[in-house]
Design a protein around this ligand. Structure first.
Ligand code: HEC
Ligand code: HEC
Length: 399
């Protein structure tokens, strides 16, 4: 049983090696509700029977090692070294927010809004690829260098490229581990024996044990396929990059062509084809109280965290402020968040008009109707004072 051996080795390294750095012997197992795992309307936790829990823990150690000895089957020594370095860097710079297992659950996390990313779904928001694809390494490097503006995710621009790359390796590793774990847990939640119910129905202890053993066998058999599937999705990320097939028209900002592009962008923004106004509101400030009623209930992301449309008058973009970043955001929407993909409705030229318009908005809020926020008087109206650029805008001052 080589896999028990691996596990024991990991444990003895921890025990004999002492706890110079205070890392637990194993990554903590995830705990999900049925809603989080398989989308059922139920807040019941998916509780594994002890024997299945142990098997899942062992499989995770077999395939991904331990915090002190992270590893993946069939990687080269060099890749393994990178992981070990990445782990040490992660522990120093990231763990207090993103957590030991990358669950976005470090000790600082509960005090942050938005919450640090939980990598275990394999879903990332700020990327160059299609909505359902993984981010590329370059995407992850970029977010590490730039941080996510307007959130607590800091930029690590001063870190040497080699170290940044090692961190990217480790983030991808944690994400793969989390997805692998999640898929096996999903399998349990849909196909696994419900031991408590079996006992309640008077099934004999021996039969229960047998079905548990049978299920554990199935888990172990499917594990290599699940791993391969997860690894493949990361390998494919680079095939799914959104490259605008029309370059951004370059306008002289004092030209009529530029004004015409802004007007077209505005009409799309306020029209039903792009329908940006439904969430970001007609004035772009995304005040929740003013939101289209059909949208108001939906302000949570895939992780169940509160997630509000951005106030577009601030000009702060978590996923990058280059025109191509905004193009991709509008083309694919934002993975894990409510923002929908516009790419199938909108021509590239139209998306560029919207990009132009969005980029101009913080400097010229009067491009959009300045509506009195419905929330005014409730103490939530925070639009006008947030806009740095509203000074020369007579209407914006009228609140
Ligand atoms: C102070 C807390 C904090 C620290 C420290 C921190 N992060 Fe983050 N990180 C965040 C938050 C918050 C987000 C979510 C931002 C958002 O939702 O846009 C995030 C998001 C991310 C993302 C997801 C980007 C995406 O496209 O979805 C990655 C990757 C990431 N962090 C990696 C790291 C790494 C690696 C480190 C350490 C080198 C680190 N973070 C350190 C808070 C932190
Ligand atoms: C169904 C609601 C919805 C619609 C429709 C919508 N958005 Fe968003 N938008 C959001 C949410 C929610 C976020 C914040 C996502 C996050 O940070 O996780 C967001 C974020 C953004 C951002 C910030 C990106 C960043 O990097 O921080 C921009 C820019 C944006 N939206 C533009 C638009 C434009 C332009 C349209 C119309 C083409 C549009 N949105 C349509 C919900 C929506």
């Amino acid at each position: 049983m080589s896999r028990r051996l691996t596990w024991l080795t990991g444990l003895s390294v921890l025990l004999l090696g002492g706890c110079g750095i205070n890392l637990p012997g194993q990554y903590p197992l995830a705990s999900y509700t049925r809603a989080e795992l398989i989308g059922e309307k139920s807040d019941e936790r998916v509780d594994l029977p002890p024997a299945i829990r142990e098997e899942l823990g062992n499989l995770l150690v077999d395939y991904f090692g331990t915090p002190k000895q992270p590893g993946l089957l069939s990687i080269s020594d060099e890749q393994w070294q990178n992981l070990i370095h990445g782990q040490a860097l992660y522990q120093k710079h990231c763990i207090h927010c993103h957590g030991l297992n990358g669950g976005g659950n470090g000790p600082t996390a509960p005090f942050l809004f938005p919450r640090p990313r939980d990598y275990r779904r394999g879903v990332f928001k700020w990327k160059s690829t299609t909505r359902t694809a993984k981010p590329t390494r370059e995407d992850l490097l970029l977010i590490l260098k730039e941080g996510a503006i307007g959130t607590s995710m800091p930029p690590f621009r001063l870190m040497p490229e080699k170290q940044l790359n090692e961190l990217v390796d480790y983030v991808i590793f944690l994400s793969m581990r989390g997805e692998f774990e999640r898929k096996l847990l999903q399998y349990y939640a849909t196909e696994g024996p419900n031991v408590r119910q079996m006992y309640a129905e008077g099934v004999s202890g021996a039969e229960v044990q047998q079905s548990v053993a049978q299920f554990n066998k199935e888990l172990a058999e499917m594990a290599p396929e699940v791993l391969a599937e997860v690894q493949e999705s990361w390998r494919q990320a680079g095939d799914d990059i959104i490259e605008p097939n029309e370059t951004m028209p370059s306008y002289n900002v004092e030209s009529e062509e530029y004004e015409a592009s802004l007007q077209r962008g505005k009409e799309l923004y306020l029209g039903d084809k792009a329908a940006c106004y439904k969430c970001h509101n007609r004035d772009g400030r995304a005040n929740v109280a003013d939101m289209d009623p059909s949208m108001r209930e939906k302000n949570v992301d895939d992780w169940g965290q509160p997630n509000y449309p951005r106030n577009l008058l601030l000009g702060m973009y978590r996923g990058g402020r280059r025109p191509v970043d905004l193009f991709r955001r509008i083309h694919q929407g934002i993975a894990g968040a409510q923002m929908p993909a516009g790419g199938s409705n909108l021509k590239p030229r139209e998306i560029w008009d919207i990009v132009n318009f969005v980029r101009a908005l913080p400097y010229r809020p009067s491009l959009l109707p300045q509506e009195k926020p419905k929330s005014a008087g409730h103490g939530h109206g925070h639009g006008a004072e947030e806009s740095h650029a509203a000074e020369d805008d007579a209407k914006a001052e009228d609140h």
